[in-house]
Ligand binder design. Structure first.
Ligand code: EPU
Length: 417
């Protein structure tokens, strides 16, 4: 398994460009199952998760080509309506093919994703939604089998706001008979991006971005032509990296309107964010202020930025209280940050991070995607070298990370195994 060696201590300087959002690209690629004809999706980041989605579609009989951030998908020869265990266990977002498959082909057999490093993450709400739309749901040998002649519109209330659940039901509803209303829908920008992609191919969707989404089913959709939104989590991660090193960087191609809650907190911590001619300029303080955060569904503070923000708080002046409300086990990075000298204690879903003056480089282990990013954030400020092991998590979600860090003046080296 690859590892990453980072030399800490120098402020980030320079310019980088933000990539397309992984969590927006994945559902739009899955949506190509709703239509025959050639779908062209632009600004798709070059990531392991995208390749996994490509393998999943090919395994079903689709054509999938990926080059220079463009994905070209054809789903007119689908013969195998299945998402097998091997691919779902690699990437939970594989479950995004469930809604489109039942809607267009009347059947789907999808391996149930098990728990993962950040929590149990069930898909009961996805299944409840499809059942309410008339699908028959059966569980067999770890697989969920959903069948329906044609899905019917229904009112679906999610008692927990679920991002991929909302996306799955929204996609399924585009080809259902009648009107579907999703109540307590997820409001994340990635849901809105998917809705925009679907609307542009003929879907009738109102209200995406709010908590009630109404979808009127149509008989057919046209092939997709879509450009994915920039990655707000990658943007926030680089802002945090500039913040922790007292850096001065320009971030190009990002959408600040997707980062409001996060920006409020990082600004409170002392990082300046200004619009500049060539992009957004981020300047970090000598040492951040301690700020409390609590994760929440969008537009709240994103759980996908919690680990990185915690890394920033390890060297803050004062104590920061960090509360994770979305996933029950998303503090796996704490033990690794402690290996670098951080003073963190936690009970249940709340952590107290007492800022120290200086982190020290160490051997650390990445446990999930955003935990890996938090270890890079910490490594950039640590004295000496940090070696991050189990790098494959990072490659699931950060495009050209070494190249971008190099451009910002960081000494970073990947050792392949
Ligand atoms: N939940 C249920 N039942 C369900 C669905 C969700 O109980 O049927 C619970 C989950 O266990 C969790 C909460 O609802 O406690 C919210 O989970 P959600 O369904 O919103 O998460 P997700 O759709 O599986 C997406 C992102 C995650 C991100 C979360 C929260 C994609 C592909 N993944 O996951 O991204 O953390 O929303 O914003 O969009 C990442 O990129 O590192 C990542 C984990």
């Amino acid at each position: 398994m690859d590892k990453l060696i980072i030399k800490g201590g120098s402020p980030l300087k320079g310019e980088i460009e933000i990539s397309g959002a992984k969590n927006a690209a994945l559902p739009v690629i899955a949506a190509s199952l709703l239509t025959s004809g050639e779908c062209i999706i632009n600004r798709v980041p070059d990531l392991r998760d995208i390749k996994t989605m490509g393998r999943l579609l090919k395994n079903m009989g689709a054509e999938f080509h990926y080059e220079s951030n463009k994905a070209i998908v054809r789903t007119d020869r689908i013969k195998n309506l299945e998402a097998p265990y091997d691919l779902v266990k690699e990437m939970r977002a594989s479950v995004l093919v469930l809604g489109p498959m039942v809607a267009r082909f009347g059947r789907a057999r999808v391996s149930l994703p098990g728990g993962c490093a950040i929590g149990a993450r069930p898909i009961n709400l996805h299944l409840m939604g499809l059942e309410k739309m008339g699908a028959k749901i059966e569980l067999e040998a770890g697989y969920v089998i959903a069948t329906a002649k044609r899905l019917k519109g229904s009112t679906i209330y999610f008692d927990i706001s679920t991002v991929t659940g909302t996306e799955n039901i929204m996609m399924a509803a585009t080809l259902a008979k009648g009107v579907t209303v999703i109540e307590n829908a997820a409001r994340e920008p990635e849901v809105v991006d998917l809705a925009n992609a679907l609307i542009s191919i003929g879907a009738k969707i109102k209200g995406a971005g709010g908590s009630v989404i109404e979808i009127e089913g149509v008989d057919e959709l046209k092939p997709i032509r879509h450009t994915v939104i920039p990655d707000r989590i990658e943007t926030g991660t680089f802002m945090t990296m500039a913040g922790i090193t007292g850096g001065d960087i320009i971030i190009k191609g990002c959408m600040l309107e997707h980062l409001h809650a996060f920006m409020t907190k990082i600004e409170e911590a002392g990082t300046k964010i200004e619009e500049a001619d060539s992009g957004v300029r981020i300047t970090g303080p000598a040492r951040p202020n301690a700020v409390d955060i609590e994760t929440a569904p969008y537009p709240g503070f994103p759980t996908d930025m919690q680990a990185q923000f915690m890394a920033l708080m390890t060297i803050a002046q004062g104590t920061s209280i960090i509360t994770e409300t979305i996933f029950e086990n998303r503090f796996m990075h704490v033990a690794e940050l402690i290996r670098m000298g951080a003073d963190i204690s936690f009970k249940g879903s709340t952590a107290a991070v007492k800022g120290i003056k200086q982190l020290k480089g160490a051997n650390v282990m990445a446990t999930d995607l955003r935990a890996s990013a938090s270890l890079i954030v910490a490594a950039l400020r640590a004295e000496g070298m940090t070696t991050i092991h189990r790098l494959y998590h990072l490659d699931r979600g950060y495009e050209k990370i070494e190249e971008k860090l190099n451009r910002l003046g960081v000494f970073v080296k990947r050792e392949k195994r």
